[in-house]
Design a protein. Structure first.
Lengths: 340, 447, 319
C-alpha cells in the first residue's frame, strides 16, 4: 500500500467517493474567418456529464474527431470550458485562481500518446523528472533526488543511476513512455489522464506498459481516465467505459456490460470493427455503418449518429436528441431505441 | 553538451569548416596577443600620441616584405642609438675636462633606390659649455664626406636633407642622392656597399656626455608600413583585430539572443503582444539603418559602445523575428510543451526553459554567419567618418587611406592590408557558418 | 476463379544499408513464395526489417544501400537480373505496386487527387488523359470513393478517404501483386475495417495477390491466407493462416500471439522481455535466443529452416 493510500485509510476517507465530477460540459472553439469574422464554432465537447470515483479507471473510447482529446485537455485545465462545471475534490475549477490552478495541476498527471514528443529532447531524464517538482515548489534538492529515484523505481526503470543521465533519444519507445509515466506520477497525483498511452508502441511493449499503469493505479489508489480507440485493451485496464461520438457520450456502463451487451448502434459497430487474431476473418466481411463521423462545426440535427444508423427511427432520430436511458442498472445509453 | 561534442565531430568532416575554424583561431590568437602585449593606454598613445611618438618612422613607407616581390630593392628604415648600444660609442678622456666621444655606425646598403631621409637626434648633458660634434660620412668607395660641424644643445636635431650648408657643399639639392652615389662620375648611379657614419664629439666638462640617435628613413618600414602621420600600421592592424572581433561577436550574439527571446515571447503570449512586436518589426524593416547610425554619430557621439548598442537595437526587430516566429508557432504545439502546461509550468518558464533551448541549435549557424556583416559594419562606419575617435581599428586605416588618396598615390599596402584582414575575417566566419548550417539544419526536422 | 500458380518466389534476398556504425543488415536472407490470388502477411515489430523487405522487392533502394542480392522470381522470371530501366517499365507499378506506409500523407498536396491516381496509368499504360480519368473512375468505384472526389485536393479528404485513394493509385495499372506497408496503422477502427473490406473485395473480384506488412497481429488476420513472421532481418516462420492463428510454432510467434489483448480478455496478455537486437550488431547463433523461454544449448548455432507439412520454421526445437 502506498503512503498516500495508507494516509487516506487512516483518515477514514471514503475510498469510493466522487473525485471528479463533470456536469453538462461544453467546449466550443471559435472559428475565425480571415482572422476577423466569426464563422461558427467547433463544438468539440457538447454536453458531457459523468463522475469519476477514487481508485476507478474509466475508458473513454471513440474515433478521431469525436472530441475526446478536447474533453481530456479541458479536464487537465489546458482549455477553458465554454459551459458547464468541472468539480474536482469538491472544488469547482471555475473558482480557482492561479494558485488554485497550480494546486490542481499538481494533482493531475498527464500521460501522452507520443512518448518521444512528450519529452524535451534537450533535457536528460533527471532534469525531466525534476521539472514538475521544481514547479510544484519542492525546494529541497535532496528531497527532489529522492522522489526522482522513487518514481523511476516505481516504473521499473532500474538501475536508476543508469537512466538518470540519459537523453530521450537514447531510450527505447517503451522506456520513454515509462519516463513520461514517472513524470506524471512524481507529484503523487490523485488522478491520471492517459491519452492513448500505448498506441505508438510496439505490440509486445504495449502490454507491459498497460500492466505497469494498472499496477500503479492499484498501488496508489489512483483514478485514471484512459482514452483509447483500441477496445481490445479496455477489459484489462478499466472498470467503466464511456463511448464518445461527435462530442457526446453515447453509452456509459461497466466494461463487462458493454462488451457482453452493447446497446448503442455505434458501440455495436465499434465492437464489430475490432479485430481479433482469427484466420476466419479473411473470409468474412465486417458489417459496419457507412460514412464518416460528422463535422463538429455543423453536426446533424437530432441524434448525431442517425445518418449512418441502420436502426434509425424515422421522424424521431433526425429531429430530437435522445437523453440518457437506463435499460439495465448502471448501463446508460443515449438512444431512442431504448425509450421505455 | 553531448550534442555539442557530436556536432564538433561532424564539423571536422567539412574541410571548409576546418579552414574557417583555423582562420578564426588565428584571428583570436592575434587579438589576444595584441591585448596582452599592448595595453590599452599604450595603444592609444601610439595611435594618437603625436609627432614625438612617430618621428622615428618614415612617411608613407611600405612594408619590409615588399622587397620580396620587387626586382628593385628599396631601402629599409632603421634607427639606432648610443643609449641602448646599437650604435657604438667610445669615450676617451684627454684631459680632466675634455673628452672625445667617438660614435661610429656602419651598415650595408645593397638597395637599388635612395632613402627618404637620415636624421641625427642628439641628446647631451652639460652645464655651461655645449659639446661639439663633427659628422663625417664614409662611402664604400672610400670617399670621406664632411657632413657638418656643430655645437649640440641638450636636444638637437640634424636633418641631412634639410641642411642648406650640406646642400651647398655637395652641390646638389638631393642630399641623399649625393651621399649615396658619386655625383662627380659620368653617370652617377647608386653605390652599394658598406657606408659608415662617424661622429666625433668633444665634451668640455667632466660630466658632460653626448648621446645620439641615428634614424634612417628608407622607403620601407616594419611589417605593415606606415601612413601619412608616420604611424606604424602594424598597431591598428593588430589592435584592430580584437576590436573587430569583439564588435562582431557582441553584436551578433546580442542580436541573436534578443531576437529569439522577443520572438518567443511574442509567439507564446499571442494576442496584442504578438501584434505589437510584428508591427514594430515591420516598421523597423523600412527604417534606413545606416542613415540613423550616421545621424547619431554626427549629432551625438561616435563612441564605439554607443554604435554597438544602437546597432543591436536596430537589428533585433529584423526579418529574423518572422523566421523564428514561424518555428516557434510550430514548437508551441509540441507534446512536451503541452505536458509542461499540464504540470503547471508558468509562461516564463515555458519560454525560457522549454521553447528557447530547443532553438539554440538553430541560432548558432545564424549567429556565426552574421558576425562578418557586423565587422564590416564597423569598418563602414569608420570609412564614413563615424569611427570611434580614439581606437585604432581597421576601418580607421581605410578611412585615413581614403582621405589621403592612398590608391591615387600608389600606396596600395595602406588599403590592402586592412581590406585583406576584413576579407579573411568574413571568410572565416562565413565558411564556419555555412558548415554549421549544413550540420544543424537536418535537426530542424525535429521541430 | 483461383489458379494456384506460383506468382512470386523470393530466394535469399539480402539488403544491407551503409551507416556510420557499420552495415545495417535489414534483410538477411529472406525466402518465401506466394501463389496468385493469395495474401501473405509479413508480421513483425518495428526494427525487424519488414519495410526494407518491401523496398527490396520493389528495388526502391535509398542512397545508402549497400549489399543487394538474391533472386526474385515473378511468374518464373528472375527480375533481379533486369536493368533499372527494364525493371521500372515492366515491374514497378506494372506488375507489382505498393501502398507505402502513411500513404495518405504521401499524396502531393498541390495536385488534385484524380490527377495523381491517373499518373501511373499515363506513364505505364500509355493511355491519354481522358482514358486515364475513366480508369480512375473505375478504381474509385472499386475502393469506394465517390466520383466527385476526383477534382478535390488531398487536404479536403479524411484520412480514410486518402488511404483509399492511395490504394486506387496502386490499383490503376492492374498489377498482379500489391504490397501494403502498414495500411491502416494510423486509422480508426471503423475506417480500418472498411479498408479491409475493400481489400477483401479486391482480392475476390480482381484476383490480385497481396503482401501485407504489419505489426498489428489482430488486423493481419483479416486478409491473410499465409503468414510469415519476421525477426531481426530473417523470416522465422511461414505457415498458412488457419494453422498459424490456432497454433504457431516458433517461440517468438507464440509470444507475439500471446501478447495480443483480447476483447473478452479472460487470460492476461503476456509481454516479451528484452528488446530485438540491433540490425548492426547481430548476435551469433539464433537471433531470438536471448529472449526465448525455450532456449537450449543448440541455440548458439544459427538454426536451419525446417520444413514439415507445408509449414516452415527456423528453430532447433523442430529438428
Amino acid at each position: 500500500m502506498s503512503a498516500s493510500l495508507a494516509k487516506a485509510v487512516e483518515n477514514k476517507e471514503d475510498l469510493r467517493k466522487v473525485l471528479l465530477s463533470i456536469d453538462d460540459l461544453h467546449v466550443w472553439f471559435e472559428l475565425r474567418k480571415f482572422g476577423f469574422g466569426h464563422a461558427g464554432y467547433v463544438k468539440a465537447v457538447d454536453g458531457v456529464t459523468f463522475d469519476v470515483h477514487r481508485g476507478e479507471t474509466i475508458a473513454v473510447v471513440g474515433e478521431s474527431g469525436c472530441g475526446k482529446s478536447s474533453l481530456m485537455k479541458t479536464i487537465l485545465g489546458l482549455y477553458k470550458p465554454t459551459k458547464g462545471e468541472i468539480i474536482f475534490d469538491d472544488k469547482n475549477l471555475k473558482d480557482l485562481d492561479t494558485k488554485g490552478m497550480h494546486w490542481y495541476h499538481s494533482h493531475v498527471g498527464y500521460v501522452q500518446q507520443d512518448p518521444y514528443g512528450a519529452l524535451p529532447s534537450f533535457m536528460n531524464v533527471k532534469r525531466i523528472l525534476e521539472e514538475p517538482l521544481i514547479i510544484g515548489g519542492v525546494k529541497d534538492k535532496e528531497e527532489r533526488n529522492q522522489r526522482i529515484r522513487k518514481a523511476l523505481e516505481e516504473v521499473k526503470m532500474s538501475p536508476v543511476d543508469d537512466f538518470l543521465p540519459k537523453y530521450p533519444h537514447m531510450l527505447s519507445g517503451g522506456q520513454q513512455q515509462r519516463v513520461v509515466i514517472a513524470r506524471a506520477m512524481i507529484m503523487e497525483p490523485k488522478f491520471l489522464v492517459a491519452d492513448e498511452p500505448v498506441s505508438m508502441l510496439d505490440a509486445s511493449v504495449r502490454v507491459e506498459i498497460l500492466k505497469l499503469l494498472r499496477g500503479l493505479q492499484e498501488l496508489h489508489h489512483l483514478s485514471v481516465i484512459y482514452i483509447t480507440h483500441d477496445l481490445s485493451t479496455v477489459s484489462y485496464f478499466s472498470e467503466r467505459i464511456f463511448v464518445m461520438y461527435a462530442g457526446n457520450l453515447v453509452e456509459k456502463a461497466k466494461v463487462r456490460q458493454v462488451l457482453d451487451n452493447p446497446l448503442h448502434p455505434y458501440t455495436v459497430a465499434l465492437l464489430t470493427g475490432t479485430s481479433e487474431p482469427d484466420a476466419k476473418n479473411a473470409d468474412t466481411y465486417k458489417e459496419i455503418p457507412p460514412g464518416e463521423p460528422p463535422s463538429l462545426v455543423k453536426p446533424p440535427p437530432g441524434c448525431r449518429f442517425h445518418p449512418r444508423c441502420s436502426k434509425a427511427i424515422k421522424g424521431l432520430c433526425e429531429i430530437k436528441e435522445p437523453p440518457d436511458f437506463e435499460p439495465e442498472p448502471g448501463h446508460l445509453v443515449a438512444c431512442w431505441l431504448y425509450e421505455k | 553538451m553531448i550534442a555539442l561534442k557530436n556536432s564538433l565531430r561532424d564539423l571536422v568532416r567539412y574541410p571548409s569548416a576546418v579552414l574557417g575554424l583555423v582562420i578564426i583561431f588565428i584571428l583570436m590568437g592575434i587579438a589576444v596577443y595584441a591585448l596582452v602585449t599592448i595595453p590599452y593606454s599604450e595603444a592609444v598613445r601610439l595611435w594618437r600620441g603625436g609627432e614625438d611618438v612617430w618621428y622615428q618612422n618614415p612617411k608613407y613607407a611600405a612594408p619590409t616584405w615588399y622587397n620580396f616581390f620587387s626586382s628593385k630593392k628599396e631601402p629599409v628604415s632603421f634607427a639606432v642609438n648610443t643609449a641602448d648600444g646599437s650604435m657604438k660609442k667610445t669615450v676617451t678622456s684627454n684631459s680632466p675636462d675634455i673628452s672625445t666621444v667617438d660614435i661610429i655606425y656602419s651598415f650595408d646598403y645593397n638597395y637599388d633606390t635612395y632613402p627618404q631621409e637620415m636624421t641625427l637626434y642628439f641628446n647631451t648633458t652639460f652645464t655651461d659649455k655645449l659639446p661639439f660634434a663633427s659628422i663625417v660620412w664614409i662611402t664604400p668607395d672610400g670617399r670621406k664626406i664632411k657632413i657638418a660641424n656643430m655645437a649640440v644643445d641638450h636636444k638637437s636635431t640634424y636633418r641631412f636633407s634639410q641642411d642648406p650648408k650640406l646642400q651647398k657643399s655637395l652641390k646638389s639639392e638631393n642630399v641623399m642622392q649625393a651621399l649615396f652615389s658619386d655625383l662627380k662620375a659620368e653617370d652617377p648611379t647608386l653605390i652599394k656597399g658598406q657606408y659608415q657614419l662617424a661622429i666625433t664629439g668633444t665634451t668640455f666638462e667632466k660630466a658632460s656626455d653626448i648621446n645620439a640617435q641615428f634614424v634612417f628613413h628608407g622607403d620601407l618600414f616594419g611589417l605593415a608600413g606606415t601612413d601619412k602621420y608616420r604611424r606604424d600600421l602594424l598597431l591598428p592592424l593588430l589592435y584592430g583585430t580584437p576590436i573587430a572581433l569583439a564588435f562582431g561577436l557582441l553584436a551578433a550574439l546580442g542580436t541573436a539572443l534578443l531576437t529569439m527571446i522577443i520572438a518567443a515571447i511574442g509567439t507564446w503570449y499571442g494576442g496584442w503582444v504578438d501584434e505589437l512586436i510584428q508591427r514594430i518589426t515591420e516598421v523597423n524593416l523600412v527604417l534606413p539603418f545606416l542613415a540613423i547610425l550616421i545621424m547619431i554619430g554626427t549629432f551625438y557621439s561616435r563612441s564605439i559602445w554607443l554604435m554597438l548598442g544602437v546597432t543591436i537595437l536596430l537589428s533585433i526587430f529584423s526579418g529574423q523575428i518572422k523566421t523564428y516566429r514561424a518555428i516557434f508557432l510550430q514548437s508551441k504545439e509540441s507534446s512536451y510543451i503541452e505536458a509542461a502546461r499540464a504540470y503547471g509550468a508558468s509562461n516564463s518558464r515555458i519560454i525560457f526553459t522549454y521553447l528557447i533551448p530547443r532553438m539554440i541549435p538553430l541560432l548558432i549557424p545564424a549567429l556565426v554567419s552574421s558576425v562578418p556583416s557586423f565587422v564590416f559594419l564597423e569598418a563602414s562606419l569608420a570609412v564614413l567618418g563615424l569611427g570611434d575617435p580614439v581606437l585604432p581599428t581597421w576601418g580607421k586605416i581605410i578611412d585615413d587611406a581614403f582621405t589621403d588618396g592612398a590608391l591615387y598615390r600608389g600606396l596600395y599596402y595602406w588599403v590592402l592590408e586592412p581590406a585583406v584582414l576584413l576579407m579573411i575575417t568574413g571568410l572565416g566566419f562565413a565558411m564556419l557558418g555555412f558548415a554549421l548550417d549544413r550540420i544543424f539544419n537536418p535537426r530542424l526536422r525535429d521541430i | 476463379m483461383t489458379q494456384n500458380t506460383e506468382l512470386l518466389r523470393i530466394e535469399e534476398l539480402v539488403l544491407y544499408f551503409n551507416s556510420l556504425q557499420g552495415p545495417v543488415q535489414a534483410v538477411d536472407g529472406v525466402n518465401f513464395s506466394l501463389d496468385s490470388n493469395r495474401a501473405v502477411v509479413i508480421l513483425g515489430e518495428s526494427g525487424c526489417g519488414k519495410s526494407s523487405l518491401a523496398k527490396a522487392i520493389l528495388r526502391l533502394l535509398p542512397r545508402n544501400a549497400g549489399t543487394y542480392s538474391g533472386r526474385i522470381y515473378l511468374d518464373g522470371q528472375d527480375v533481379m537480373l533486369f536493368t533499372e530501366e527494364e525493371f521500372r517499365q515492366n515491374i514497378r507499378w506494372a506488375s507489382i505496386s505498393m501502398v507505402p506506409q502513411a500513404a495518405m500523407n504521401a499524396l502531393n498536396p498541390v495536385i488534385r487527387v484524380g490527377e495523381q491516381v491517373a499518373e501511373p496509368a499515363i506513364v505505364h499504360l500509355g493511355v491519354d488523359k481522358a482514358g486515364a480519368i475513366s480508369l480512375v473512375r473505375k478504381m474509385f468505384q472499386h475502393v469506394g470513393v465517390p466520383d466527385d472526389f476526383i477534382s478535390r485536393y488531398p487536404f479536403e479528404l479524411s484520412g480514410g478517404m486518402r488511404q483509399r485513394v492511395a490504394i486506387a493509385m496502386a490499383l490503376v495499372t492492374s498489377p498482379n501483386l500489391i504490397i501494403l506497408d502498414e495500411p491502416t496503422s494510423a486509422l480508426d477502427v471503423l475506417t480500418q475495417a472498411n479498408i479491409f473490406n475493400v481489400l477483401k473485395r479486391l482480392k475476390k473480384e480482381l484476383g490480385i495477390s497481396f503482401i501485407l506488412i504489419t505489426h498489428d497481429i489482430a488486423t493481419s488476420s483479416e486478409l491473410a491466407d499465409d503468414v510469415a513472421v519476421m525477426y531481426a532481418g530473417q523470416i522465422v516462420e511461414v505457415s498458412d493462416a488457419h494453422r498459424f492463428f490456432d497454433g504457431p510454432q516458433h517461440p517468438y510467434s507464440k509470444k507475439l500471439l500471446a501478447s495480443v489483448p483480447r476483447l473478452h480478455g479472460d487470460s492476461e496478455p503476456e509481454f516479451i522481455t528484452g528488446r530485438p537486437p540491433s540490425l548492426i550488431n547481430l548476435p551469433k547463433g539464433c537471433r531470438f535466443s536471448d529472449r526465448c523461454p525455450s532456449r537450449f544449448e543448440k541455440c548458439v548455432e544459427d538454426p536451419p529452416v525446417i520444413e514439415a507439412d507445408g509449414r516452415k520454421v527456423k528453430c532447433w526445437l523442430y529438428s
